[in-house]
Design a protein around this ligand. Structure first.
Ligand code: ADP
Length: 182
């Protein structure tokens, strides 16, 4: 008979600038955790904004509502043994603290790359537009980003490969017993 460890639900909350690497790392984590038979769901900003919160924009009020709804979903999942991989810019510390308070086994993961690096990457061509003034309320350019002052995990994506970044998060999850060791 195989081992039947009971692992808890959790929330890996990835916060960071657009283009910092949240979605890239989330996809690697999702694949790796499924291979280990960990029950997970991935909640991604771009995906959620086309479904659950498609009625919302990027004003402070709408950003808060966006995260409020996602937090509700993460609360239901995490308390029922599901690991949630969440990738949201989520620029406000108070809002991230609120998600922590509502959910089970919340980890604030700072997906960090300097602004000049994400501008240089410009994955979706949006920094160019934001700098030209064509996109209002763009985080890092014309809207604030409150970097976590004490994240549970701090990942520098300008210094490590995506795989190495995902491994840092996996190692932390193993170490605190949220997932089985390989
Ligand atoms: P976000 O979801 O934070 O907006 P994306 O994952 O969509 O960011 O884009 C990040 C971009 O940076 C991708 O093009 C990815 O290939 C690149 N990149 C370079 N190094 C890393 C790293 N260590 N982790 C994640 N992405 C990285």
């Amino acid at each position: 008979m195989s081992h039947n460890h009971n692992h808890p639900g959790f929330v890996v909350w990835m916060t960071g600038l657009s283009g910092a690497g949240k979605t890239t790392i989330a996809l690697i984590l999702e694949k790796e955790l499924r291979q280990r038979n960990v029950k997970i769901e991935r909640l991604d900003g771009d995906v959620v904004r086309q479904s659950l919160t498609r009625d919302l924009g990027f004003s402070k009020e709408d950003r808060d509502k966006n995260i409020e709804r996602v937090a509700f979903v993460a609360k239901l999942l995490s308390r029922n043994g599901v690991g949630c991989i969440c990738s949201f810019i989520s620029p406000y510390q108070a809002v991230r603290d609120q998600v922590r308070a509502e959910t089970t086994n919340f980890l604030e993961v700072f997906i960090d790359a300097p602004l000049e690096v994400v501008i240089d990457r410009d994955v979706k061509g949006m920094y160019k537009k934001a700098i030209a003034g064509e996109i209002p309320n763009f985080t890092g350019i014309s809207d604030p980003f409150e970097a976590p002052s004490r994240p549970d995990i701090h990942i520098r994506t300008d210094l490590h490969t995506p795989d190495a970044c995902a491994q840092q998060i996996l190692a932390h999850l193993e170490q605190i017993g949220y997932i089985p060791a390989r």
